[in-house]
Every structure is written in C-alpha cells, then in structure tokens.
Design a protein around this ligand. Structure first.
Ligand SMILES: NC(=O)c1ccc[n+]([C@@H]2O[C@H](COP(=O)([O-])OP(=O)(O)OC[C@H]3O[C@@H](n4cnc5c(N)ncnc54)[C@H](O)[C@@H]3O)[C@@H](O)[C@H]2O)c1
Ligand SMILES: Nc1nc(=O)c(N)c(NC[C@H](O)[C@H](O)[C@H](O)COP(=O)(O)O)[nH]1
Length: 215
C-alpha cells in the first residue's frame, strides 16, 4: 500500500519553478494561503534535499491559523544524509522523517537520528516505492509532494503521483538552466505521463490547474 500523493507546485508561464540556484516568488498571496490550507489536509509534506539546501523551507502551516500539533510530518528525500542539522525542517515545529539510502555516511545518520526519524531505503538513490510503503505503514496515508524538479521526475517515473495541482504565476523567467516543473532524465515521447484536466481556476493573476494522473 502507498499514501495518496498530490504534487503541488508554482510555475512561471514558461515552465520554470526556480532559477538554477535559488527559489523565487512565483505565485501570489492567495495561492500561498491555498497551499497552506492544502498542507492542513495532508499527513506529510515531501521535498527533495536540494529544495532544503536551496530554500531552507519551514514546511509548516504558518500562513494561516494552525496549532503546532496540526503541522503535517515533514519528509525529506536525502540519499546521502546531507541535510544541515540547523535546517528549519529539523526544528521542533513538526515531526520530521529523513529518508536516506544505505550509501549515507553512518556517522551523519547517527547525528541525524538525534534530530528526527531516519528511514533507510535503497542502495544509491532513495528507493521511493519502498519509502512510500514504509511511510504508509507508519500511518502516513497522504502526502503533499512540493518538489523539486528532480524528485518530481522520479516520483512520476515510479508512478507514485496520483494528482497534480500547478499554479501558473504571471511571470516569465527563461534561462536554459532554470529549474523546470519536472527535470530528471525525461520520458520517451511515446512514454510520457498523461494527465486528465479536472479544474481550471483563476486566483488573483495566477491560473490554478488541477489534473488526475493517468497511468
Ligand atoms: N516553485 C515551486 O513550487 C518549488 C517547489 C519546491 C522546490 N522548488 C525549487 O526546486 C529546486 C530544487 O529542485 P532540484 O531538482 O534541484 O532538487 P530536489 O529538491 O528535487 O532534490 C533532488 C535530490 O534529492 C535526492 N534524491 C534521493 N533519492 C532520490 C530519488 N529517488 N529521486 C530523485 N532525487 C532523489 C538527490 O540528491 C537529488 O539530487 C529549488 O531551487 C527549489 O526552489 C520550487
Ligand atoms: N505555492 C508556491 N508559490 C511560490 O511562489 C513558490 N516559490 C513555492 N515554492 C514551494 C517550495 O516548497 C517553497 O520552498 C516552500 O513552500 C516555502 O516554504 P515554507 O513556507 O518555508 O514552508 N510555492
């Protein structure tokens, strides 16, 4: 069994989710309130390690009223246990699970275990299928995947994403090395991910698109 996974991101009109080395404000105030309202509905919020290294996000519900106990579990995919121990996601605002692979440095893993729960899945990259199965057995029945580009690709490749909501901000970023919504090695043109549109909504100057993923 696996948790239900919704991938939510903000993207510029030309398909970027960040510059090559930094996050940026893409969607408006009301979309951020929507995201925090969404976070309240999910058992876990998942990001890749580069998102933590670049954004140092809180991954808590802080733009709307919420009790600390309502914060979802923060889940970080970090094969080599590179997460800095002073990362905001390792503070005591919410539970945190860091998923590493068996290649991670043992001493780093032991230090990390003093700050949060650590799950070991996979030999090189994190085995995402196995990780989601373990998360489900720990009671995490739904995950809000927030990115970034590389993790988004792998989660699609493993057919682990059930739904997509993408907020298109009224911006153009360009840049051959800017991060796009889905990076990674990419799919063959005859083997790409098919989506079924289910809602189109205007939020301020942004457009919110919602899809079911068809495997
Ligand atoms: N606009 C948005 O909504 C949004 C949301 C989240 C992140 N971002 C941006 O995305 C960027 C980070 O994206 P990224 O692609 O560099 O990194 P990422 O956050 O997707 O992390 C990828 C890393 O996770 C690790 N990993 C371990 N096992 C893995 C597996 N099985 N599959 C994939 N990765 C695995 C690897 O070290 C890999 O490099 C940041 O700039 C951030 O600002 C934007
Ligand atoms: N909806 C949305 N609009 C944006 O303009 C933007 N850049 C993100 N990016 C999502 C990514 O995950 C962010 O890094 C964290 O959402 C920020 O995190 P916190 O509030 O600290 O949790 N998301």
């Amino acid at each position: 069994m696996k948790p239900y996974v919704l991938l939510n991101s903000a993207m510029t009109v030309d398909g970027k989710i960040a510059t090559n080395n930094s996050s940026m404000k893409i969607s408006g105030k009301n979309d951020l309130i929507r995201v925090h309202t969404l976070r309240k509905e999910y058992d876990g919020i998942m990001v890749g390690i580069n998102t933590v290294l670049i954004d140092n996000p809180k991954l808590t519900i802080h733009k709307i009223n919420c009790k600390k106990s309502e914060n979802p579990t923060r889940i970080i995919v970090d094969s080599s246990a590179r997460i800095p121990l002073d990362s905001k996601v390792l503070n005591d605002d919410a539970k945190t699970i860091v998923i590493v692979s068996s290649k991670a440095n043992k001493a780093s893993v032991e230090l990390l275990k003093e700050k949060c729960n650590v799950i070991i899945c996979g030999s090189k990259q994190v085995n995402l299928k196995l990780a989601l199965d373990k998360l489900y057995s720990l009671g995490i029945k739904s995950i809000l995947l927030e990115g970034g580009s590389t993790l988004n690709f792998s989660m699609f490749k493993e057919k682990l994403i059930d739904e997509v909501s993408i907020c298109i901000g009224s911006k153009i970023l360009g840049g051959y090395d800017s991060k796009t919504f889905v990076d990674g090695e990419g799919f063959d043109k005859n083997d790409c991910i098919n989506l079924k549109i289910k809602k189109v909504e205007k939020i301020d100057d942004d457009i919110l698109l919602k899809y079911d993923v068809i495997y």
